[in-house]
Design a protein around this ligand. Structure first.
Ligand code: FUB
Ligand code: ZN
Length: 626
């Protein structure tokens, strides 16, 4: 197991039971709707059929180069689901696909449905664009999840053989190619494979891929020439698109394709922890600072442009055309979680929470059947979730993170138990070799009161660390067994309570949850004069269903005192924000010499993450402030 610098490691979702009113219904819907629907989509679109290698020239559809990754993410999600909820029908579907993968594997270990059936002569000839190792990485993650969920080695054995094949092909040794994948993913997967098998060779292979990335002469240029292509005619124009323009330790900014960058940084953080590599950690910290201070949406969406599915320039955060791919935010959660275990600093948990409650969960409808690929912050009413996509990376990515959401709440160490997220749940931790149960009772994210009961077999001294969320500025309270307690605030913004705990001890944390107005730096030109609303971890938006059309004709007066009201019958039960806005008439001419006279209108904001679950209409996060 990883030896993290902080000495803490995540408590696995299999030891966490979530019982709140926000996530628990989403996880259930994920299990009952999203996972089965994604299986049907993989079947009906030919993705599963492609594994049979029966494709013939001229036949449609042609198995796509990264179809295997969709299957892999589904397998991973299904495995997590099986770990928590045994389901013979689902297990049979999983076994059926594993059987196809076993049969598909080539004698040398190679495994990719497109490059076996469609373009066998092009195997490993275009690492920059072809996604072979990206698919391999997702399959490895699936294999580890399946092994951990079921104890079966069937898929793990297949993927170990494939990983061995890849390690034989790529490296610095004689006869090896000095390549790495254009879409990062295999690096973090190999670290997982190392942790699951204990085989250090997989860790070393991940390290090789990270160390090799961005070196000169550039591998992608050399391989382009070998294919007879001119590297100067690269369609993406720059190797910054794949974060390989310079070696990773020299990188200071997020660049290029957002999902790729997040998977890369996740692997860098993993390796920094595993190898105690300070230079990788420092690079992660620099890139993190750049992303979160200059290129991240208030919803924690990242990657503002569809053109490169990624970043443009600092402070360029358009609302209506925001790309903010669901997968990118999921990648951000993966990275933030890893950073948190390199350095137990609440800035990482804050971003992780912001992404989870806003631009990750926005990716799926309340009924679990429709998905956003892009998560804009304004819409004229044309943007809606869809059943599936030709490029279907997001739905199964959502399925796997929801099925394993328990991973992000607690961490455990020799002498400490840490709570990163407040979610009504129960976590079974291993603190210094003894079982400690933490049971949270809370209405979070709608209310900031959290009661944590400590369950122990015998009294034990350790530190309980509770994250102080970045959104919480209002004086709040902390008590232990109903007595006020002055906890030490340790580096990284965690409240630390060290004492001898006895079974049944209870801690109460009261986080003042106010309605906050958020203002963007004026360099974010789109948001000048505008304001966003936040309450606790939730960002809010105006939606047409509540506020009519022309949301840009509405403004929020600067002195308006909004009220928070829980509405059990709305959108699965949400806190809405209510108040009076002012509205200018939008009925006039295109241009006029007359200043519009606004009139008062009721205004209602709902959590951003649940928009587009009712009648189609406009949506706006950043509203005018008058
Ligand atoms: O290229 C594979 C996946 O498809 C990427 O991660 C997404 O951005 C989408 O392009
Ligand atoms: Zn995606």
């Amino acid at each position: 197991m990883a030896k993290h610098k902080t000495g803490i490691k995540p408590v696995l979702f299999t030891n966490v039971t979530i019982s709140d009113s926000f996530w628990a219904p989403r996880i259930k819907t994920n299990r009952e709707q999203t996972i089965p629907a994604s299986y049907r989509q993989c079947r009906d679109t030919g993705r599963i059929e492609a594994l049979k290698l029966q494709w013939k020239p001229g036949q449609e559809p042609v198995p796509h180069v990264f179809w295997d990754s969709d299957i892999a993410k589904w397998l991973e999600a299904a495995s997590y689901s099986l770990a928590a909820h045994p389901d013979p029908e689902l297990e049979a579907q999983v076994d059926g696909i594993i059987d196809l993968l076993e049969k598909m594997q080539q004698p040398d270990g190679y495994l990719n449905s497109h490059f076996i059936a469609v373009e066998p002569h092009k195997r490993w000839t275009n690492l920059r664009d072809s996604h072979e190792m990206y698919c391999a990485g997702h399959l490895i993650e699936a294999a580890v999840a399946h092994f951990q969920a079921t104890g079966k080695r069937s898929l793990l054995n297949v993927l170990c053989r494939y990983a061995d094949h890849i390690a034989k092909m790529f490296g610095t040794g004689p006869g090896q190619k000095r390549g790495y994948c254009g879409h990062e993913e295999i690096e973090l997967a190999l670290v997982k494979l190392y942790r699951a098998t204990g085989e250090e060779k997989y860790l070393r292979q991940a390290q090789y891929f990270i160390d090799e990335r961005g070196r000169q002469p550039h591998y992608f240029d050399d391989e382009a020439r070998a294919r007879g292509d001119d590297p100067a005619k690269y369609w993406a124009k720059t190797h910054a698109y794949t974060q390989s323009h310079i070696p990773v330790r020299e990188q200071t900014e997020v660049t290029g394709h957002a999902v790729r960058g997040m998977y890369l940084c996740s692997a860098m953080a993993d390796l920094a922890g595993e190898l105690g590599d300070e230079s990788l950690k420092a690079a992660c910290e620099r890139i993190w600072q750049h992303l979160t201070t200059k290129r991240m949406y208030v919803t924690a969406g990242i990657g503002s442009s569809g053109q490169n599915e990624g970043y443009t320039f600092d402070y360029d955060l358009p609302n209506e055309t925001a790309y903010a791919e669901t997968c990118a935010q999921i990648g951000l959660v993966f990275w933030a979680h890893r950073m948190l275990h390199l350095d137990c600093d609440s800035q990482y948990a804050d971003v992780m929470e912001r992404a989870l409650y806003n631009s990750v969960i926005s990716g799926v409808s309340l009924d679990g059947a429709k998905f956003f690929y892009e998560n804009p912050l304004a819409s004229t009413g044309q943007h809606h979730r869809q059943d599936w996509f030709g490029c279907a990376c997001c739905p199964p990515n959502l399925a796997r993170i929801l099925a394993s959401l328990g991973n992000y709440i607690y961490s455990e160490g020799e002498n400490e138990a840490v709570v990163h997220l407040y979610v009504q749940s129960s976590g079974k931790l291993n603190v210094g070799g003894r079982e400690v149960t933490l049971t949270q009772q809370t209405d979070y994210p709608w209310d900031g009161n959290v009661r944590i009961k400590v369950g122990l077999k015998q009294p034990q001294t350790f530190a309980l660390k509770l994250r102080w969320p970045g959104w919480c500025s209002k004086a709040s309270g902390l008590s232990v067994n109903n007595e006020q307690y002055r906890a030490e605030m340790v580096r990284g913004n965690y409240l630390r309570i060290e004492r001898e705990w006895i079974d049944g001890d209870a801690v109460e944390l009261r986080l003042g949850m106010e309605i906050d107005r958020v203002y963007a730096n004026p360099k974010v030109r789109m948001n000048c004069g505008r304001v966003a609303l936040q309450r606790g971890p939730m960002l809010y938006c105006l939606e047409g269903a509540d506020n009519g059309v022309d949301l840009n004709a509405l403004a929020l007066p600067r002195d308006e005192e909004l009220k928070a009201r829980f509405d059990a019958s709305l959108l699965g039960g949400v806190v809405t924000l209510l108040g009076q806005g002012i509205r200018a008439s939008a009925d006039g001419e295109l241009y006029s010499f007359k200043r519009p006279t606004p009139c008062g209108v009721p205004l209602k904001a709902i959590p951003y993450c649940v928009w587009d679950n009712r009648a189609p209409g406009e949506m706006l996060v950043w509203m005018w402030e008058a």
